[in-house]
Design a protein around this ligand. Structure first.
Ligand SMILES: Nc1nc2c([nH]c(=O)n2[C@@H]2O[C@H](COP(=O)(O)OP(=O)(O)OP(=O)(O)O)[C@@H](O)[C@H]2O)c(=O)[nH]1
Length: 133
């Protein structure tokens, strides 16, 4: 099975986390962390900065790799590097997604995540809970 390597940004602002809804393709309407496929020769950090500029028109700073998830979809294997990130400049404009929501940590389970993201949302919740202690 082919593997695709993806980067995703867990963007935080004012204690909330950005979730975006896919506007096209096989997983249309599913919720995800914005991002996309790495390109040859790119580091994961370069890739996530590039993807977020393309999709949301903001500049981000990847601060911490929260988790790399591996997930078997029926047609491909996904390896996805998820970076906790902050916004450095710009205002969010959705160029590809159909919707976005800022979620409190307690609201992370309220959206219908893509299958691979369920584990990411759980890890994120644990991480954010730990930071409050
Ligand atoms: N961006 C993103 N992709 C995810 C997440 N979870 C998940 O399973 N995926 C899957 O990872 C793949 C990422 O592809 P993409 O379509 O976002 O990437 P891209 O913008 O580079 O691709 P494209 O230009 O070919 O459409 C898709 O199959 C998508 O369903 C997630 O949280 N964020």
């Amino acid at each position: 099975m082919k593997t695709i390597e993806v980067v995703a940004a867990i963007i935080h602002h004012d204690g909330k986390i950005l979730a975006t809804q896919r506007g096209y393709g096989e997983f249309k309407d599913g919720w995800e962390f914005p991002g996309g496929k790495m390109e040859p020769g790119e580091t994961a950090e370069d890739a996530i900065i590039r993807e977020i500029k393309e999709e949301l028109e903001v500049e981000i700073k990847p601060e911490k790799l929260l988790v790399t998830v591996d997930y078997d979809y029926p047609k491909f294997h996904l390896t996805m590097h998820c970076f906790i990130s902050s916004i450095v400049s710009g205002h969010i404009l959705l160029t590809e997604h159909e919707a976005a929501k800022w979620l409190l940590p307690s609201e992370l389970e309220t959206v219908d995540w893509l299958p691979a993201d369920v584990e990411v949302a759980e890890k994120l919740k644990e991480y954010l809970a730990g930071k409050n202690h």
